[in-house]
Design a protein around this ligand. Structure first.
Ligand code: ADP
Ligand code: MG
Length: 777
């Protein structure tokens, strides 16, 4: 023990020598001068004393005041200084991969070190750290995974949870675990960092822990709303209907409209009594109507051009909802005679699922006389500070998941941000000098925005979270979730647990099965994870990757409203006689790869109504999925997907794998005269969505339909379906039991009846047992 302590002492001394020598360097001194000007720096002593005296501390302060880069660094410096370096291990969580990397890199350079020395990062499938590392930035997901091996976080001295105000599901989950851990680890220190002033909520949750507020300084920001912007830019609002699935009534009204007042046109046809200026708007309804309308990219472009032509120097930060809008706007700007000049403007995208290398470009300063224009999602709201932004253009929306527990419907749609977010976005403009914020929506919409966004745990399906609760051995799911800061609806919890049982991830007593254990190790929706696992086991990996990528991202088929017929027939062409939207999409993806290879991607996508942006994203996601499967030892990445694809073109095999992945999304096809009617266990009679290749099929060869999701409008529609056989369901569906009536077999959770003789059940059960064995590795 004494030699162990001696070596520890030696190590602490080494760390201190290293720190001291670096501190003296020219660049560290220059950095120190910068750091000392940050508002957080003035609170250094107060902060360190509070950390020493309290197990939990909440810190809030304006974005850019130095929370993320300075607070963990203060602790690090002090621990090393006081020769406690050997025992110090600080973890700081970030909700997104990109911020973990950018912050760690930034701190390393403030300390005049390389990344991976005393400061490192770890994100899924990528890490830079070493034996020296004392301060580690990681995504919240990485820390949650680490808790599986180290439930008490042995060896960790400090945990800092950043961006807690965002109320992401992982962060809400982590703080339940930390609160339970505190009594077992009296020496552990927890710091919660938040951008806005909602800090009391967290303090209360941790038994009224102290709160430190870092007063920030920001320059005033002038704001303009849509009405001012239209006047300034003279932009004529003409809603783009390309790709927009608006209702026909709206289209008719537009065509017959002789008026051309832009604002009335914008609201026109949305079934509400809308007036603006001379009109009056019923706000709640108009909020909804606006949410369903697409953003006018032309207006965004016009606003950017207006700023560049009329306003002084400074970077422009544009908030959009997603990758699609970002890439479309990039194209538009490239083609703009004025803005397209690369000697004057540098346009950069910033999106959470971009490859991390590209994301880093954002922080490299552009050459002088070049104006930087950053097109970002809400990732730039608080976790990333881009210096010298003077102008913010805000579309006012962000993609948000919502979940209807009653109908088990989940969707991801652009919706209005909260007032708190709008304030954050505006604040990005006033960091270095007085700024301007252009809001592309009327003031009246802003006034009607909710104060805060609903926490993610309350508006999203909970199956992934429930799986994590089990893998961390945190007890009964419902009881555990009742301890959350804002506990989710018990019905949502029940749905999630039932789903996990139905897909065979949990057994009847709510314990993890071998399949469940594998699914825990994949940061994916359990259904998608299962499709990939089964696809790789059954040598059907390539189609599984493509279909899973489309499910996780989106459908590559676009639906132009005025050429719907042609689009539908293009999709039917790819489906062939498969009665499957999923196979259509797989074939379309393959054809796109060929076309791209042959240099005719653009024409191909145009002719076949496919989105090249989505297809490209799917290709990237396929690679990520392969990496993940290789990470958990299911495939050998070096061999590539082809080595696991012996049955990749066997339609029946693909359908079986689809069934494994999509179950319990199954409906029964029942013949009614010359047509087929469809029934679902949950909601009764349903219809096939008109955009499906199955919409016009009258009679199906097989008795069941497996589907990706259902949507509710005039009726409940099944989107993206595949006709599958009894055998696929019997082998890959839910648990089986002999029918009570005596003859046949029943699938428990689906209430499906198969008229197979009873002795078949034993055979099927044996085959399923073999499948389970394959998963026990
Ligand atoms: P907070 O977490 O309070 O929002 P940060 O600690 O992230 O603030 O940033 C503090 C300041 O450090 C920022 O205002 C910015 O000027 C600077 N900064 C942060 N990250 C970087 C970076 N990657 N490159 C250059 N400057 C940065
Ligand atoms: Mg921060």
């Amino acid at each position: 023990i004494s030699s162990f302590n001696a070596s520890k002492e030696k190590f602490s001394a080494q760390l201190r020598d290293l720190q001291d020598s670096k501190k003296a360097s020219q660049s560290a001194r220059a950095m120190l001068a910068f750091r000392e000007r940050l508002p957080a720096y003035k609170m250094k002593d107060e902060f360190l004393t509070a950390v020493a005296e309290n197990q939990v501390l909440v810190v809030s302060g304006e974005t850019g005041c130095g929370k993320t880069t300075q607070l963990p660094q203060f602790i690090l410096e002090q621990e090393i200084e006081h020769l406690r370096g050997a025992d110090c291990s600080i973890i700081c969580t970030q909700p997104r991969r990109i911020s973990a990397i950018s912050v760690a890199t930034r701190i390393a350079s403030e300390r005049d070190e390389s990344i991976g020395e005393t400061v490192g990062y770890q994100i899924r499938l990528e890490a830079k750290s070493s034996k020296l590392t004392r301060l580690l930035f990681c995504t919240t997901g990485v820390l949650l995974r680490r808790l599986v091996q180290e439930p008490d976080l042995a060896g960790v001295s400090h945990v800092l949870v950043d961006e807690i105000h965002e109320r992401g599901i992982n962060e809400d989950f982590l703080i339940i675990i930390l609160r339970d851990l505190l009594p077992r680890r009296p020496d552990l220190r927890v710091v919660l960092m938040s951008a806005t002033l909602n800090a009391d909520l967290f303090s209360k949750y941790f038994g009224n822990s102290p709160v430190i507020h870092i007063p920030g300084f920001t320059f005033p920001v002038t704001e303009f709303f849509l009405e001012d912007i239209i006047e300034k830019t003279r932009y004529k609002i003409t809603p783009e209907f390309d790709n927009y699935q608006g209702n026909s009534r709206r289209r008719r009204m537009r065509q017959s409209s002789a008026k051309c007042d832009p604002l009335s046109e914008m609201f026109e046809g949305v079934d509400i009594d809308v007036q603006y200026k001379n009109y009056s708007i019923s706000t709640r309804q108009s909020l909804e109507a606006w949410s369903s309308a697409q953003l006018e990219l032309g207006l965004v472009e016009a606003t950017i051009e207006y700023i560049c032509r009329n306003e002084g120097d400074g970077a422009i930060l544009v908030f959009l909802t997603g990758w699609d809008e970002i890439s479309k706007l990039l194209e538009k700007i490239k083609g703009n005679i004025y803005l397209g000049d690369s000697n004057k403007f540098l346009v950069l995208p910033l999106h959470g699922s971009m490859p991390t290398v590209n994301q880093r470009e954002i922080f490299d300063r552009p050459p002088k006389n070049i104006r930087q224009i950053v097109l970002a999602t809400n990732i730039a709201e608080s976790s990333i500070t881009i210096d010298d932004v003077v102008y913010v253009v805000d579309c006012g929306k962000a993609k948000e998941t919502s979940y209807d527990a009653l109908n088990k419907l989940a969707c991801l749609l652009p919706s209005w941000i909260s007032k708190a977010s709008a304030h954050q976005r505006r604040g990005r403009a006033g960091r270095v000098q007085p700024g301007v914020c252009y809001r592309l929506y009327p003031k009246i919409i802003h006034d009607a925005m909710p104060q805060y966004q609903l926490p993610e745990i309350l508006r999203t399906p909970l199956q992934e979270l429930c799986l994590n609760i089990k893998s961390l051995q945190l007890g009964v799911i419902a009881a555990f979730l009742a301890k959350a800061l804002q506990p989710p609806d018990p019905l949502s919890v029940k749905n999630a647990v039932e789903l996990l049982k139905a897909i065979g991830a949990l057994d009847e007593t709510e314990e993890l099965t071998p399949l469940g254990r594998h699914l825990c190790t994949l940061p994916l929706d359990p259904n998608i994870g299962k499709m990939l696992l089964i696809g790789s086991i059954f040598q059907c990996l390539d189609p599984a990757l493509t279909i899973a990528a489309a499910l996780a991202h989106r459908d590559p088929f676009v639906l132009p409203i005025n050429r719907k017929e042609e689009a539908d027939s293009a999709k039917r062409f790819f489906a062939g006689d498969s009665c499957s939207d999923h196979i259509a999409l797989r074939n379309a993806f393959e054809a796109w790869k060929d076309a791209k290879h042959g240099g005719r991607e653009r024409a191909f996508c145009w002719e076949n109504f496919l989105s090249p942006i989505t297809l490209q994203m799917m290709e990237d996601m396929r690679k990520q999925f392969l990496d993940l499967l290789s990470d958990i030892g299911f495939v050998d990445k070096a061999k590539g997907a082809k080595a696991y694809n012996q049955y990749g073109d066997d339609m029946e095999m693909i359908c079986a794998v689809l069934c494994a992945g999509l179950y319990p999304n199954v409906i029964q096809c029942k013949r009614r005269g010359k047509r087929t009617a469809f029934y679902s266990k949950d909601v009764g009679k349903v219809d096939i969505h008109p955009s499906s290749v199955n919409a016009r099929v009258n009679l199906f060869p097989l008795s069941y339909m497996i589907y990706s999701d259902k949507v509710k409008s005039s009726s409940i529609y099944i989107r993206d379906s595949t006709n599958i056989s009894d055998y696929a369901l019997l082998l890959f569906g839910g648990n089986l039991t002999p029918s009570e009536s005596g003859e046949g077999i029943e699938m428990l959770d689906g209430y499906l009846h198969f008229s197979a003789p009873k002795n078949r059940l034993q055979l099927i059960q044996r085959l399923r047992g073999e499948l389970d064995k394959l998963l026990q590795r």
